[in-house]
Design a protein around this ligand. Sequence first.
Ligand SMILES: *[C@@H]1O[C@H](CO)[C@@H](O)[C@H](O)[C@H]1NC(C)=O
Ligand SMILES: *[C@@H]1O[C@H](CO)[C@@H](O)[C@H](O)[C@H]1NC(C)=O
Ligand SMILES: *[C@@H]1O[C@H](CO)[C@@H](O)[C@H](O)[C@H]1NC(C)=O
Length: 185
Amino acid sequence: MKFTAITAVAACASAVSAAPGGWSNMKAAPCPKSPFQFTSTYSVTATPDQVVNGTTPTGGLPGAIGHYELGLNSYTNTICYNITLIGFRGNYQSAALTATHLHEAAKGQSGPPRVAFPNPVGDEKYANSIGCMKGPFKTGLNGTDGVTDTGANFQVSQIEKNPAGFFVDVHSSLAVPGAVRGQIA
Ligand SMILES: *[C@@H]1O[C@H](CO)[C@@H](O)[C@H](O)[C@H]1NC(C)=O
Ligand SMILES: *[C@@H]1O[C@H](CO)[C@@H](O)[C@H](O)[C@H]1NC(C)=O
Ligand SMILES: *[C@@H]1O[C@H](CO)[C@@H](O)[C@H](O)[C@H]1NC(C)=O
């Protein structure tokens, strides 16, 4: 075990030229890059003022904010997410599998969820959800035909083709149409 650990450190450190003065001059080694390759990334700030029900602004959950960091791989139909909520209150509430979503709709309009992310865990000060999901996606809601899940045929490449046509949000019992919302572009 000890040997493995030393080897791992040495492999990491080999990227940095050895300091002539000895170990005390060595800096922390740069470690390997992420094993995930993204075809695109998005950083979205979600706010209460962007929430609508239909086309009517609701005001969302005042004081709440969401940071949605997304990494997509359109070849493997994968979406990685790092979602942070600050000031979220109430309970998560949605008819879908979770209350934290990627929806398809332009700014100022409502639209069906395409991805249901695991809800952030934490408290009002800080709640976070990190991971990756790969299609086929399932939201737990059926579309207009009544039988096909709204995530069923979704491809993350659709976001890349039209980022303005998608948004992220989270729903609270205190703001059911949405606590915060952010358009991908
Ligand atoms: C998640 O995103 C936040 C910024 O919103 C950042 O501070 C944090 O380091 C990220 N976490 C990881 C594991 O990348
Ligand atoms: C959604 O459709 C499935 C069949 O694909 C069906 O079993 C389920 O009851 C439907 N759910 C609702 C809420 O209509
Ligand atoms: C959205 O607005 C409709 C009326 O247009 C209303 O019936 C519905 O309850 C509202 N939804 C929520 C979650 O408030």
